[in-house]
Design a protein around this ligand. Sequence first.
Ligand code: SF4
Length: 356
Amino acid sequence: MEPARNKTRKLMVGNLAIGGGSPVSVQTMTKTDTRNVKDTIDQIRKLEEAGAELIRLAVKDEDAAKALVQIRAATKLPMVADIHLDYKLALAALESKIDGLRINPGNIGARWKVEEVVRACKERKIPIRIGVNSGSLEKDLLQKYQGATAQAMVESAIRHAQILEEMDFFDIKISLKASDVLRTVEAYSLAAQSIPQYPLHLGVTEAGSILAGSIKSSLGIGILLERGIGDTIRVSLTGDPVEEVRVGFAILRNLGLRSGGLDIVSCPNCGRLEGEIASLVNDIEKEFASYKNTVRIAVMGCSVNGPGESREADIGVIAAGGDTMLFYESGKFVKKINRDEIISEIRLALERISSR
Ligand code: SF4
């Protein structure tokens, strides 16, 4: 059953609705140098293909802010400029027609600087994410709470939300990222109680490698979503951002918050294995990664659980000794095929399934 969602204010980042019962969206960040327009656009195309719904770009200097103009022209995806340290870069990014701004309250500086950015966003109806990171909290909060606790993070967010509120600005999203799961969960849970009106952007920051980061993110983001907390998610991984998008959607699908795409059911293998399937699972996953319709493919190592899983899947393949595989479609056994025919047979079956 799909977890019930907390009711937050709805805001628009370009044409993407966030909060207020909108579907939880998957976003990521480009990892190219934003000043390198060509590489950045190429990466955005790959992320679009993978299904990313919002792209954030690091703006580290004036040239990066200016590059956003050309990048903006090349994609329809909502674009958020990520600003640290220098409020002038936020103002420059707004000139480049971005759809949202992320500022880090811990390092943007004096209140008047924040106010200037808010005024410019208000004029253009651009939402702001207040992105609190445990690694860059204000000094007085670190002293007050004796470290970067969940309470300190939430107080930092509230403090900055108040500056915006005092200027009648409410198109606010909040993130409270720590690099460990439990503190992240505590901080977001606390924010959901103390500032329940604002949409929350969920993420575990600096989560690690593809494997370690996927585990941390799935736990942190998954626990919160299951409690109804969170409106948009970003999985942070050290690696290709396309993986961040894939993991993001996998989290949402497994919680019943999104449908669409491949659901591969594969057995863990054991001594009964009738043919190697580990590389086959990887090949299928890679080959059909951008498939948009909801489809379940079972890839099983023998006939102990193979027929049962294949009957419940749209497509099933079961190792049957050597290079022979049993091929199932729509829950029924169809034929024996050779292992190197699998990808093309699955492609044909997907075409049949999507034309029904
Ligand atoms: Fe082992 Fe067969 Fe089960 Fe796979 S399906 S784990 S090979 S018993």
